[in-house]
Design a protein around this ligand. Sequence first.
Ligand code: IMP
Length: 210
Amino acid sequence: MKNAKNTYEHYDNDDVDFQVRNKIILFVTGNFHKFEEVRSILNPMGIAVGMLRMKEKEIQSDHTSEIAENSAKEAYNRCHLPLIVEDAGLFIDALEGFPGPYSAYAYKTIKNKGILKLMENTQNRKATFHATIAYYNQKTGPQLFEDKIEGEITLTERKNNNTGFGFDPIFQPTQSEKTFAEMTLQEKNSLSHRAKAANKFAQWYNKQTI
Ligand code: IMP
C-alpha cells in the first residue's frame, strides 16, 4: 500500500503476499480505516483482503450482529464471491446505550462534539465498542464473529495528526492511557473490538477447506 492515502503508519506486508495468493476474500466497506485495520490483522494470518466499495441497504436493528449478517447476505447476492462485512457501534452507559446501532447516524449528525455535549456533567463515562464481522459464501452461509472493548468517553477530543476515525478521539480503552485516535494502527489493533473479531474470523477461516 505504498501510495495509498493511509492515515495510519505504513503496514508492510510484502513478505506475506507470496503466502496469501490462494486465500483472497473481499471486505465490503466504504471505510478505508476499517479496511486497513482488518487487512493488517488478516494478512499476517495468511488471508489476503480486497476492498469492495458497494453501498448496502442497512437494516435497522438493536444488534450489530443482525445488521452485519443482513448486509453480508445482501452483498453476496449481488457479487457472488466470498466476502466479509463489518458493523460496529459505540454503546454509552449513561445514555442508555445510545448511539449503539445508530452510531453512523449520530456521528454524521452530532459528531464527537455532540456526544461530549450530551455527556456534559456526567460522571459515569463508561462505554463499549461492539463489532461484528459477518462472512458469507455459498457453502458456509453467514458466519458471525463478534467482540467488544470497554472503555470511557473522554472529557475532550484527543488525537494525533492523521490517526483514527469516527469516535476514536473520544474513546479511551480501560487498559490504556491513550484514546484510539492517539494510537498507532498496531496499538489500536492490539485492543480493539474490530481486531478481536477479525482474529476470531481468521482462526475460523483458516480451519475451513473453502
Ligand atoms: P458502522 O459500522 O460503519 O455503521 O459504524 C458506525 C459508526 O461508528 C460510524 O460513524 C463509525 O465512524 C463509528 N465507528 C465504528 N467503528 C469505530 C472505531 O473503531 N472507532 C471509532 N469510530 C468507529
